[in-house]
Design a binder for this molecule. Structure first.
Ligand SMILES: [Zn+2]
Length: 402
């Protein structure tokens, strides 16, 4: 089984510079290959990635005389893997024609030269031309290292290590654990029918003022000056921090939910549709609920826990979890659900989570892990955007009041 572990690196100054140089080399090679491919197309010749690699290798020492100090894996993968992928996606109609990579483009390069060519010992990794680099963690998986990608996020360098694991770890048996409904939202990131409440860290909101201040300062600096670069790094660092806070909350919540469930019921949100509403966009993007649900799905899949998505029209918030009556007049400012039919009183999010659990309970064993058969038609989804927006809109209002 192939598994990836991304580990933060702790390079010294020389190594950090070498990383940046290798990323630059990968970019130059990619752009050269793309230009070559384009010229070929104009002349009516289709250069394969193998040909592009060969053509690049033939001229590289003359055109880019500095490339001798670099690991040639960087340029090879840039053309052989990345450019080839981009071209095949364009060819199959999946993507637009590949574009040239800018200097400001996210920095990364692939360091290995095939399976088992990179060694990791304890908290160190040996990279071609660079040597042993310290890592902040040991590699989580035992097996053959297939691929290593070095990349930069904010101020930090990372190694994404793809491992072909020797033996699959035994999956804990989910049977005997309860069926759990999960209601996601802006106020709480998630509420489960087991009465677990996961706070939304509101990472962006917490750092919004600081970010704005930095961005204002940044706009006043002379482009390309030393202070301009300093602030640019500061902003990148803050963005990275915001992402980390959000990811941390997502990982902790999803792991806890998946560990304690035999089956999970979730709602199907059209977040992409809702985000078009500018008033909600920021809070929704800050919570990144779709990422949360995706994370929940892939973690469930790994541990054999089924995920059942409710129909988009299923009124999980408006249904009484005790008697099943739908209260369409339910005001969204009510944080508590009060059933007019049976008098049932419950926290609004918990009520929704219990309804989603009921959806998961009614789902037959034979359907697949993602619960494809209970998903509504694509066409029907579009029409419900409006309703979803209002629901989240009022939730947002509450959120900004709280
Ligand atoms: Zn009721």
């Amino acid at each position: 089984m192939l598994k990836t572990h991304t580990i933060a690196l702790d390079p010294n100054n020389v190594q950090a510079t070498q990383f940046a140089q290798h990323c630059g080399y990968a970019r130059v090679a990619y752009n050269h290959g793309l230009a070559d491919f384009k010229t070929g197309l104009d002349e009516g010749v289709w250069h394969s990635h193998i040909a592009l690699c060969r053509r690049f290798n033939a001229i590289k020492h003359d055109t880019y005389d500095w490339c001798g100090d670099m690991s040639q894996n960087a340029s090879k993968h840039a053309i052989y893997t990345n450019l080839n992928d981009a071209v095949s996606r364009w060819k199959s109609g999946q993507n637009r024609f590949p574009r040239f990579k800018k200097k400001s483009h996210s920095k990364s390069y692939q360091a290995d030269s095939g399976r088992g060519t990179i060694s990791v010992v304890g908290k160190r990794i040996k990279l071609p031309k660079i040597g042993w680099v310290r890592m902040f963690q040991t590699l989580r998986y035992l097996g053959t290292i297939c691929k290593v990608v070095i990349s930069k996020q904010g101020h930090r360098w990372f190694a994404s290590i793809l491992v072909d694991t020797f033996a699959d770890e035994p999956i804990p048996d989910p049977r005997g654990k309860p069926i759990v409904g999960v209601d996601v939202g802006i106020k709480h990131l998630a509420v489960t029918s087991e009465r677990q409440y996961f706070e939304n860290p509101k990472a962006l909101r917490r750092h919004e003022r600081k970010l704005k201040r930095l961005q204002r300062q940044f706009s006043r600096k002379v482009k390309g000056s030393r202070n301009w670069y300093k602030l640019k790094d500061k902003i990148a660092k803050l963005h990275y921090r915001i992402t980390c806070i959000r990811n941390d909350a997502h990982h902790k919540a999803t792991t806890a939910i998946v560990k304690g469930a035999s089956r999970i019921g979730i709602e199907s949100l059209n977040v992409a549709g809702m985000i078009k509403n500018h008033k909600l966009a920021k809070a929704l993007a800050d919570a990144s609920l779709s990422t949360f649900l995706e994370m929940l799905k892939y973690k469930s899949e790994r541990t054999d826990v089924k995920v059942v998505e409710a129909d988009r029209f299923y009124p999980s918030s408006k249904t009484c979890s005790a008697c099943g009556v739908v209260d369409s007049d339910l005001s969204l400012s009510d944080r508590t659900y009060h059933c007019r039919a049976c008098g049932h009183i419950q926290d609004r999010d918990l009520n929704a989570a219990i309804n989603l659990r009921t959806v998961a309970e009614g789902h037959s064993e034979t359907e697949n892990a993602c619960g494809d058969s209970v998903r509504p038609q694509q066409l029907r989804r579009e029409s419900s955007n409006q309703e979803d927006s209002t629901v989240i809109g009022e939730q947002l209002l509450l959120f900004s009041l709280s």
